[in-house]
Design a protein around this ligand. Sequence first.
Ligand SMILES: [Cu+2]
Length: 216
Amino acid sequence: MRRACITIALLIAAFLSHPAAANVIDVFAQEFEFVPAEVGIAPGDSIRWTNVMLATHTVTNGTGSSDPLAGSIFDVILVPEDQFAFQFDSLGVYPYFCRPHEQMNMRGTIYVSGFPAAIEDEVPIAPTLLPIAPNPSSRAASIPFALGRAAHARLEIFDAQGRRVAVVFDENTSAGFHRREWDGRDEAGCDAPSGIYFARLTAGGQAESRRFVRLR
Ligand SMILES: [Cu+2]
């Protein structure tokens, strides 16, 4: 009897916690910025903030500490490696900020729209490359990046002379955080030599580059 009750409770819990097509989108506290800073989602989607810095941050709704509504919906302290997820059920625009780094303009905005296609255009694609690891790398290099909204994106590797060495990917990419590996091989499949390289992420006509070193 008790087991049946637990089973039914679990089924109800699973049903309630599983609204149709809800997504979880990652935002990272990275280099005193929220990345991506602007995210468009649909009602029922969740944002999951992760602090990948060694500093402590907060995720506080509102436009700043002078905002009378600051912290009224969420106000969470994230120590290094902490995560906080929040499900946005209601339509609206939700600005938020980090209390300790408000003066550094550490802010973001979540757009919750019932018409994702309409609001999508208002959210910048803002292709952002995050620090490549390991750096220097001897074999594969892990390249983290983020997009503010879904877009066709291309990630290329160039050498110090500006020659393209490899195309890591070139495809439609969802909003949020991603991580791709460059296996260290050039377009001919040969191991690229030691040296300075640049990863370049291009999306929506914008490009961002990040330097890294390869040591074999
Ligand atoms: Cu902060």
